[in-house]
Design a protein around this ligand. Structure first.
Ligand SMILES: [Zn+2]
Length: 400
C-alpha cells in the first residue's frame, strides 16, 4: 500500500499542491476516502484537528492519518479518478489558526518549564480555545501570568522557528523538552534559543506569527493544572467577546467597564440588606394578620381555637410565618392553605399545649390533593395539584 509524502512537514505555509490519486476507499455513502502520493493536508493528531480544503474543487472535510497506508482525505462531492492528477487546496484561515494555537502551545509549555520546571502532560485544541495540562503544583493567577508574560515576550521577539531532522542517537544528547514518542529519525522543532521539542505538527515560521497568548481560566484537574488559553486570532475573538459582555454589564450600571465590578458588589450588598428588611416587615405583617385571624376563630368545646383559612398566592414561607405567629398563642390549631398557579400548598400547625397530630392530618389532606407532604405532630407541610379540592381538604382537617 502507498504511503503519502507529507508536504506540510517541510512547508507549513504551502496552500496549493498537485498530487496523484493512489487509492480510493469507500468510507460512508456519498463520501470517498482518497489517498494521494503527496499532500499538504495535516491529518487529525497530536491534539490538533485536521486541515480542511478542496481536491479538484470537491470538499475535503477531514483527513485521517492511516500510518503506513498514508493519509486518507475524506472527500464530499465529485470523486477524483484513481491514478488521476488532482489539485489540492487547504483552507488557509483554519491552518493559520491551528498553527497559532499549536506553536503558541510550544512557547507557553516551554515558559512553564523555564520558570517553574513544570512540564506539559497533554494538549487539546478546542472549538474556541485550547487546553494544556501542566504539572504545576500550587498554581496562582500570578504564577500563571508570569509564564504568559514570558511567552508573549518570546512571541514579540519574533524568533525564528526551524525544523531539524536528527537520528535518535543525536537526539539523546540534545536538551529536548519532552521525550520522543517514537524511535528512528526524529523531527525536532526549534524555537531559536528557547525551545527544542520533537513534533510532527504544523508550526509558524517565526514566533511573531502567533501574535498573542492569553489565559482565559485555569483549574486543578487530576493532580495537574488545566490551563485554558487562546492564541493569535482566537485571542482577538476572545477579547471581543469578553469586552462585549463587560460593556453590557457596565451599561446596566451606567458606568464604564472598569467600574462595573465595584458597583455590582455594592448592589449585591444593598440587595442583601433590603431582603433582611423585607423579612423583618413580613414578620410584623404576619403578626397582625394572625391577630385578625384569631379574633374571628371558631372555638371548640375543649377551648381550642381552630383557624382554617385559604389564601391566594402566598408562598410556603409566607404560610409558615403566619402559622408560627398563630401558634405562639396558647390552644391554637392553624390549618392554612394557598393557591399558587397550579399548586395547592398546605401548612398545618398547633400550639405546644394542644394534643393533636398535624402529620396524620397532613397526610390525609395531601392524599385528597394528589400530592405529598408530612412533618411532625406539631407542624407539617405539603401540597398537591388538585387546587379545586384545597378548601375541602382544609375543612376535613378542621372537622377531624
Ligand atoms: Zn508542534
Amino acid at each position: 500500500m502507498p504511503s503519502t509524502e507529507r508536504l506540510y512537514y517541510n512547508d507549513s505555509h504551502l496552500i496549493e499542491f498537485d498530487a496523484r490519486v493512489v487509492d480510493i476507499t469507500e468510507r460512508v455513502s456519498g463520501w470517498a476516502g482518497i489517498v494521494l502520493d503527496r499532500t499538504a493536508f495535516y491529518p487529525t493528531g497530536g491534539g490538533q484537528p485536521s486541515d480542511t480544503g478542496t481536491l479538484n474543487g470537491a470538499r475535503v472535510v477531514e483527513c485521517i492519518d492511516d500510518g503506513e497506508n498514508g493519509i486518507i482525505h475524506l472527500v464530499q462531492g465529485i470523486e477524483p479518478e484513481l491514478g488521476g492528477e488532482v489539485r489540492g487546496r487547504i483552507d488557509w484561515s483554519r491552518r493559520l489558526d491551528h498553527m497559532q494555537q499549536h506553536t503558541g502551545q510550544h512557547i507557553l509549555s516551554q515558559a512553564f518549564v523555564t520558570l517553574f520546571k513544570a512540564t506539559t502532560k497533554s494538549f487539546r485544541v478546542l472549538e474556541q480555545s485550547c487546553e494544556i495540562d501542566v504539572d504545576l503544583q500550587n498554581p496562582t493567577d500570578e504564577l500563571i501570568e508570569k509564564a504568559v508574560e514570558l511567552a508573549n515576550n518570546v512571541i514579540w521577539e519574533d524568533r525564528q522557528i526551524t525544523i531539524r531532522n536528527v537520528t535518535s542517537e543525536e537526539a539523546a544528547s540534545l536538551p529536548l523538552r519532552k521525550d520522543p514518542a517514537r524511535e528512528g529519525e526524529l523531527r525536532l522543532i526549534e524555537i531559536d534559543g528557547f525551545d527544542l521539542t520533537p513534533c510532527g505538527g504544523t508550526h509558524a515560521y517565526r514566533t511573531g506569527e502567533v501574535g498573542l497568548i492569553a489565559v482565559r481560566t485555569w483549574e486543578r484537574a487530576k493532580g495537574l493544572t488545566r490551563i485554558e488559553f487562546v492564541a493569535g486570532t482566537r485571542a482577538l475573538a476572545d477579547y471581543r467577546r469578553a469586552n462585549k459582555s463587560a460593556r453590557e454589564i457596565a451599561a446596566l450600571f451606567s458606568t464604564g467597564r472598569d467600574d462595573a465590578p465595584s458597583l455590582a458588589i455594592h448592589m449585591m450588598q444593598e440587595n442583601k440588606e433590603l431582603s433582611r428588611r423585607v423579612r423583618a416587615l413580613e414578620e410584623v405583617t404576619a403578626g397582625i394578620e394572625a391577630q385578625e385571624l384569631l379574633a374571628g376563630a371558631r372555638t371548640r368545646d375543649d377551648g381550642t381555637r381552630v383557624i382554617a383559612k385559604t389564601f391566594d398566592s402566598k408562598d410556603a414561607d409566607g404560610l409558615k410565618q403566619i402559622a408560627h405567629s398563630l401558634i405562639a398563642n396558647p390552644r391554637v390549631i392553624a390549618l392554612l392553605g394557598s393557591r399558587e398557579e397550579n399548586t395547592a400548598r398546605l401548612v398545618f400547625a398547633r400550639s405546644a399545649d394542644v394534643d393533636d397530630d398535624m402529620n396524620s392530618k397532613m397526610r390525609k389532606a395531601c392524599a385528597l390533593l394528589d400530592g405529598k407532604g408530612g412533618g411532625k405532630p406539631d407542624m407539617a407541610q405539603g401540597g398537591g395539584k388538585h387546587i379545586e379540592k384545597l378548601d375541602e381538604a382544609i375543612r376535613i382537617a378542621a372537622e377531624s
